[in-house]
Design a protein around this ligand. Sequence first.
Ligand SMILES: [Mg+2]
Ligand SMILES: [Zn+2]
Length: 198
Amino acid sequence: MKNKAVFLDRDGVINEIVYHKEMGIVDSPFTVEQFKLLPEVGNAINKFHDQGFKVILVSNQPGLAKDHYDINIFEKIKGKLESELAKVGAKLDAEYYCFHHPDAKIEKYKKICDCRKPKPGMIMQAAEDHNIDISKSWMIGDGINDIQAGQAVGCKTILIGRMKCDLCKILEDEKVKPDFIAANLYKAFLIIEKNERT
Ligand SMILES: [Mg+2]
Ligand SMILES: [Zn+2]
């Protein structure tokens, strides 16, 4: 029998988005200190496991390509993610990252790849590696590209966002419609749990 999975975006779903004052941009954490887990994330991951889901991270991380941090910092941030989750007994089943960017500063990451969301390459690879039935699976993210990647392969989708939907106009313009909108990962879990029962 095939597995079902929840595919999770990282920044804005698992950890806080960071305002980088000196650059005037909102982006991923660029240092280990800036990486802060959002509330209830470990709890939500454990609940997904209780419901029989694999929990798999699929994350665009173009910060290496853009020279915001190096591979050592990236590995340390990855380590902090895992250790913070471990504190509450939570663990991701797998982590997939895309390091590419079409306009990368760092030449080796400059690539038009198949993994950078909205392309579904990471989801497809994960589905193959973990024997996953995509039609029974969910993609959860705070970006339009997350919803597009999920829908490209037939996942159900949940957009993480606030009630006053910042992205709604863009979603409308792009004709992208998530199945649900939830304020945070735990709320997304409640939606999926309810959906599984019906
Ligand atoms: Mg995100
Ligand atoms: Zn890529």
